[in-house]
Each structure stands twice: as C-alpha cells, then as structure tokens.
Design a binder for this molecule. Sequence first.
Ligand SMILES: Cc1cc2nc3c(=O)[nH]c(=O)nc-3n(C[C@H](O)[C@H](O)[C@H](O)COP(=O)(O)OP(=O)(O)OC[C@H]3O[C@@H](n4cnc5c(N)ncnc54)[C@H](O)[C@@H]3O)c2cc1C
Length: 421
Amino acid sequence: MKQYLIIGNSAAGISAVEAIRAKDKTSKITIISDEDYPSYCRCLISYYLAGDIKEEKILLRPDAFYKENNIELILNKRVDRVNPKKNQVVCVDKTLINYDTLLIATGARPKFPEIKGIKKTGVFGFRTIQDAKKISEQVNLIKSACVLGGGLVGLKAAYGLKKRKVDVKVIVKSKQILSQMLDAQAASMVQKRLEENGIDVILGRDITEVIGEGEMKAVKLDSGKALECSLLVVGKGVQPNMELVKETEIKVGEGIITGKDLKTNVENIFSAGDVCENYDLTLGKPSINALWPVAVEQGKAAGSNMAGENIIYDGSLGMNSIEFFGLPVISLGIYKVDEASKDYEVIKVIDDKANLYKKIVLHNNNLVGAVFAGDIRNSGVFLKLIKERVDVTPFKDKLLEENFGFPGIIDFLKDKERIYV
Ligand SMILES: Cc1cc2nc3c(=O)[nH]c(=O)nc-3n(C[C@H](O)[C@H](O)[C@H](O)COP(=O)(O)OP(=O)(O)OC[C@H]3O[C@@H](n4cnc5c(N)ncnc54)[C@H](O)[C@@H]3O)c2cc1C
C-alpha cells in the first residue's frame, strides 16, 4: 500500500488529499501540521478578530473529514527537513516519517523587518488563528494600535481591530495602500472608505523603532514622530516556508520550483500553494501567487498527479479582491502600466458620484489586466477574456458598458463550458 505524506493542513494540503482520495480510496495518507488547530480558512481570521464570524465558521472542513477520508492527521508537529534519498522526513522532535509520495504545502509566514524593538511584547504577525486569538485577548485592554504595512493582510487586521473599537493607524511606506493589488485610483477610493470609517492611514512613512520597556508603548516613525500604541501588527508581506528542503537536491528559487505537473525536480516530491513557485500566466515567467484560490487549484492538480493522473496546470493569474466597509475592489492580471507607453492601451471610466471605477488594460488587442472598484460583479467575464487571450477587437468599445457580460463574448470563447457567472 502506498504512503502519501502531506506537509501542511491548509488550502493546498486539503485540496490535494481530496484529489488523492477521489482516485485512490485505500492508500495511507498522513497530513502533518505544526499548527495545533484543524484546517481553517486563513483569509477569514480578520473577520473572526472583528467579531463578524464565530470560530466554528472559519473551519475549512468538519471534524469528521479526516476520519471519513481515512486520513491520519498529526497536529503540532514540525518537519525539520526532508530527506529525499531515504524517502523520509525528519521532524523537530526527531521522529522520522516515511513516504512514497510527498507534497510540500507549507505555505508562508510573515516577514518581520529588522526594526529596533520589534521583538517586544505587543508586536504580532497576522497569519494564524492563534495570532488572531492572541490579538483578540488584548483588544479589551488597549485603546490604540498601529499596523505596519498597507497590504491586504495589514488592512484586514486594521479592519478587525477597528471593529473591536481600537483606534488604528496604518503606516505605509509607499505612496498608496494596497500597492501590490490596486492602482493609485482604486487605492485612493479604498483609503477614503477606510478613513471615513475611522481607520487612519499614514502614507510614505516607516517605523524605525518600537518603544517600551519589555512591553511596547509606542512606535517611532522615520519622521521622528512617536505614535503611542500598545499593539503593533506587522503586515510587511510573507516569505515561503521552504527551509525544510535546504541542503537537499530540491530546486528552489523564490519558492520551491515546480513544473506543469506541480512536481519538483525530485520524481516523487510535489509542492503547491504559497511555498510553490510556478508559471505566472500574466508575467509569462515563474513566480509565486500567494493566493487562496491558487493554492486550492495547485493542491488539486498536485494531488491528482500524486495519485497517478496526468493533470497539466497551465499556471496562475494574479487576481485579488476585497471589500472594505461596503466598497468592493478587484484586480486581475497586469493592471499597473505606463499609460503613455505604446505597448498598452488603457480604457477607463471614473464616476466619482457613484463611487465607481473601471479600468482595463489591453496589449495587442488582448485583455491583459483590469481593476474595478465599486462594482465588481462582472469580473468573471474579464478573467475569462484574460485567461483565453481573446482578441477583443470586435467588442472593444463595449467592454466597459454597464450591461456588458458573457452574452457579448460567448461566441469568441474556446472553453464555453467553464464560464464564470
Ligand atoms: C489575514 C489573511 C488574509 C488573507 N486574505 C486573502 C484573501 O482575501 N484572498 C486570497 O486569495 N488570499 C488571502 N490570504 C492568503 C491565503 O490565506 C494563502 O494564500 C493560503 O492560505 C495559502 O495556502 P497554503 O495551503 O499554501 O499555505 P498556508 O495556508 O500557509 O498553510 C501552510 C501550513 O503548513 C504549516 N507548516 C509550515 N511549515 C511547516 C513544517 N515545517 N512542518 C509542519 N507544518 C508546517 C503552516 O503552519 C500552515 O499551517 C490571506 C492570508 C492572511 C494571513
């Protein structure tokens, strides 16, 4: 009987075991996680912190899932290193676990910049349910908090804190929030909405020191100004958890390098999710798209292939959407381009009164990216056009019309079965 071993019990790991079980009902599957919690939706921890959803709602699968699928779940155990020569992993507690086929779905962890005092009590990352719980324990004891970083995770943390009646200031080094996700116009609309709802945003500033004796009491900005606060959430991006393959022949770049089959360069070792570097459809080169739906898709493809299928994963597309205080925004593909450049054509509609913004980016009459704010309902249509590289010339003028939708493009699609509605 074959032994599958999955390291990581989250989006990629769970999707992989489901794909394995769809094909192979009997082999042994073991999942190891260093978290002490059953699988949950990481994207929802800010809503748990905010009090918008109860703890049980963030669970990814019911408790019975592992038993019903005959999966051995080992929680609270960390894999120290993979030994491909022996088909074995070595855990931090020195236990050895053998495998025939291995999936590395270890995700990523928050990056902590080297700032004086960053290790003081009161400084948190925001990645796990335990982070959210620890922050949650503090919110009734404190008045004000700062968030370092204006990306998705930082702003979600700020939202959660604000909803728990903590005064929040978000400190952002760049000139706009969500600089990895939105263009300046859409970002300014989100910023305005955050500020209208009591979240202060300080652009163009960094933290140089966390001040306090043991426990933090304030942060010092690079302007010299100090901001009093008892809690700091660091949201400065993530780094892949790939130390476990250090000193092995498994190839790494930004992440663990995988091919179209999600396999590494070692025959029986696969990788998926935030730790995995794979082809990016819009960049046209390998990269990491650290997104939940990407981890799910990659996990599914990896799991199927681990069980003997021959699934080709063409690559992922940078795509992100979020809603803050009733303002939805989404970006797809390449959306930040030099608008004066002859290489790209940019078409946009801005309606300040209606709080609406739509921008699409074309390259050689193919749609390559889009940003929408205020109304994102038709995004699936644009995603399909980008993915299929459809020549939009016949309906270019209609693309940003209010009622433009799938009926307008259906005749131009190759894959009509899988339209997103
Ligand atoms: C607050 C927050 C909000 C987010 N919001 C969104 C969103 O709105 N949309 C979106 O697309 N994405 C969002 N994301 C990103 C999304 O959660 C990730 O892309 C996704 O969780 C990646 O899944 P994964 O399975 O690759 O890895 P992870 O979810 O990171 O899981 C990996 C697991 O492996 C464990 N592990 C790591 N190393 C070891 C080891 N050596 N031994 C044992 N176990 C190990 C980790 O502890 C973890 O449990 C958000 C993330 C956060 C933190």
